[in-house]
Design a protein around this ligand. Structure first.
Ligand SMILES: Nc1ncnc2c1ncn2[C@@H]1O[C@H](COP(=O)(O)OP(=O)(O)O)[C@@H](O)[C@H]1O
Ligand SMILES: [Mg+2]
Length: 247
């Protein structure tokens, strides 16, 4: 059995008086790709921002429950430490890259958590990103706002990789991408998992794509987990099929 990397236990979180997650529990093992699928408003982003410990006002408040990373509660960990000490990276919804900076400048900024490491480490990180996404290498001097949607998503994933993360969380990476670019981004995620042992938590409305990539999955519906299992089990589940896979 591989080690449990992330364990979310009976998590309740609220925006003000409105509770968005009503006791959510799930886990991610080292080396796994786990997906959390659910419709718009189900609580997917809330789950990820809670784990990343984003500061208010973005993050909702944890009312009860716990988030364990490598067996220890991270509820008291400040967000910058989640990245630089725990090596967890979040690729947020809507990408959040700096449009007026070049591709390379965006990647350089993202390497900030390793600023005290030898320069060779950052160079190796650049090489990893440019090998995975040759398009980014070709466009390294171009302003990011001039990239296509798919290239911007590659850059968002690339930024996460620059931080030396071992666990990457992605919030709807397929959003706004053409089917072809979507496939390219998902193929890269599989490559990262298989070749570098990267652990991945993938949040998606596109359940078809997500379940084809993931080993296991959970279905989130209005703040509650209503189904879980291997990706194959979920794809064969009549309820999941009906509600999330287009029949
Ligand atoms: N900043 C916020 N303030 C108040 N309610 C919010 C906020 N962000 C999200 N919510 C509510 O929390 C619930 C879950 O939203 P969210 O986590 O964004 O869902 P998803 O990412 O699955 O679409 C929704 O009912 C949404 O309206
Ligand atoms: Mg969302």
């Amino acid at each position: 059995m591989s080690e449990t990397l992330l364990e979310v236990k009976d998590l309740r979180v609220a925006y003000g008086r409105i509770e968005a997650l009503h006791g959510v529990s799930f886990s991610v093992n080292q080396g796994e790709i786990v997906t959390l699928i659910g419709a718009n408003g189900a609580g997917k982003t809330t789950t990820l921002t809670s784990i990343a410990r984003l500061p208010p006002p973005e993050a909702p408040k944890v009312a009860s429950g716990d988030i364990l990373y490598r067996g220890e509660s991270i509820l008291g960990v400040p967000p910058h430490d989640v990245v630089s000490k725990l090596n967890v990276a979040l690729v947020p919804e809507g990408r959040h890259i700096f449009g007026n900076l070049t591709v390379e400048e965006n990647l350089t900024l993202a390497a900030y958590p390793r600023r005290k490491a030898p320069a060779s480490e950052a160079e190796a990180a650049f090489k990893t990103v440019y090998d995975l996404f040759p398009r980014l290498a070709e466009r390294r001097r171009q302003r990011s706002e001039q990239l296509s949607g798919g290239e911007q998503q590659m850059l968002a994933v690339g930024r996460a990789l620059m931080s030396n993360c071992q666990f990457i969380m992605l919030d709807e990476p397929s959003m706004g991408l053409s089917p072809l670019l979507m496939q390219l981004v998902f193929k890269t995620l599989r490559q990262l998992n298989e070749e570098q042992g990267m652990t991945i938590l993938l949040v998606e409305q596109n359940a078809n794509m997500a379940l084809r990539l993931a080993h296991r999955g959970y279905v989130l519906d209005t703040g509650e987990i209503i189904a879980e299992g291997s990706a194959d089990e979920l794809m064969d589940d009549p309820e999941v099929k009906k509600a999330y896979l287009g029949g």
